[in-house]
Design a protein around this ligand. Structure first.
Ligand code: FES
Length: 337
């Protein structure tokens, strides 16, 4: 059985390769035209050392301690000239995609649906034959080229790829290039170009409780992650806190309810920061993080939101005297015209 290996590069580009049974990750990469760092191929030099962030694998027997120490192996480091996958894996390569003679993939797709969910938020779905080959890690993003311009905008996938279709949650920025296109001109069938996938904000193996913090359209990567978790299940509790500024920014609550019904360990709450809000839970996300959510530090925190939210949450965690096992975050800022 072949396994899919996601190679994530220093510049944020991710490429997916297939590894045949018994094939090393390095051999699989070269066979598919990706020249990851390699020298001796013998487990002696350590040139091919990478970090395996997810998946099960065999480290191999024929390498020396100088190339990979026991302590490094315990932290997830691998020698790709020795590593053989036993499941789908994510391998972080300490080099740029350019250096490895690869680049982000491009796809053409057509709009299958564009829908304004509220004054501030647009849902966009794209479909195309080539998208059936688009693989990405839930949480990652692509660059979408704005039709009629040479500019691109980065958007996280809000769904997994199913039958060549993917979705996005897009903030409606008044005067913004993509927003103007989507609210004024876009119609089903219009062609768009996607480049990616990109980004290091993606769901890792779930080894402890997760606290997911979404700010505004920063909800998008979490709905993609939750789709994946709904498929694979989770033994650990997962809690999402979704914070927005105004009542009209609060979207996709029905989708979150559906995830809560499908995923036994998943709970969520939402809050609105504006004092004018009529929503029952008010305030910022940090006001809704309970000590139990931090689990005395045995928690992986994922946060996607605007820069001030990332800073506020980092400060809050520090003030609580908690050191989370992992804190992954993605800062985003909306682009205007
Ligand atoms: Fe030398 Fe892998 S290439 S240890």
């Amino acid at each position: 059985m072949t396994h899919q290996i996601a190679l994530t590069f220093e510049d944020g580009v991710t490429r997916f390769i297939d590894a045949s049974p018994g094939e090393t990750v390095a051999d699989a990469a070269y066979r598919q035209g990706i020249n990851i760092p390699l020298d001796c191929r013998d487990g002696a030099c350590g040139t091919c050392k990478c970090l395996a962030e997810a998946g099960r694998y065999d480290l191999g027997q024929d390498y020396i301690e100088d190339a990979l120490s026991e302590e490094e192996a315990a932290r997830g480091y691998v020698l790709t000239c020795q590593m053989r996958a036993a499941s789908d894996c994510v391998v972080r390569v300490p080099a740029s995609s350019d250096l490895c003679k690869t680049q982000q993939a491009r796809f053409e797709a057509a709009i299958s649906e564009v829908r304004q969910l509220s004054d501030s938020t647009i849902a966009l779905s794209l479909k195309g034959e080539s998208l059936a080959r688009l693989a990405f890690l839930p949480g990652q993003y692509v660059n979408l080229k704005v039709p009629g311009s040479e500019q691109s905008r980065a958007y996280s996938f809000s769904s997994l790829q199913k039958g060549g279709e993917v979705s996005f949650l897009i903030r409606n920025v008044p005067g913004g290039l993509m927003s103007s296109f989507l609210t004024g001109l876009a119609k089903a069938g219009d062609q768009l170009t996607l480049a990616g996938p990109l980004g290091s904000f993606y769901l890792r193996d779930i080894r402890r409780p997760l606290l997911l913090l979404a700010g505004g359209t920063g909800l998008a990567p979490f709905t993609a992650m939750l789709e994946k978790i709904a498929e694979q299940g989770s033994e650990h509790p997962l809690h999402l806190i979704y914070g927005v500024t105004h009542d009209f920014d609060l979207v996709e609550l029905d989708k979150l309810e559906a995830f809560a019904a499908r995923i036994p360990n998943f709970t969520f709450s939402a809050c609105v920061a504006s004092p004018d809000s009529s929503y029952p839970q008010k305030g910022y996300v940090t006001e809704h993080i309970a000590p139990g959510h931090l689990n005395e530090g045995d928690v992986d925190i994922y946060l996607c939101g605007p820069p001030p939210m990332v800073e506020a949450v980092s400060r809050f965690i520090h003030e609580q005297g908690v050191q989370p096992a992992n804190f992954y975050y993605e800062k985003f800022a909306a682009s205007a015209a």
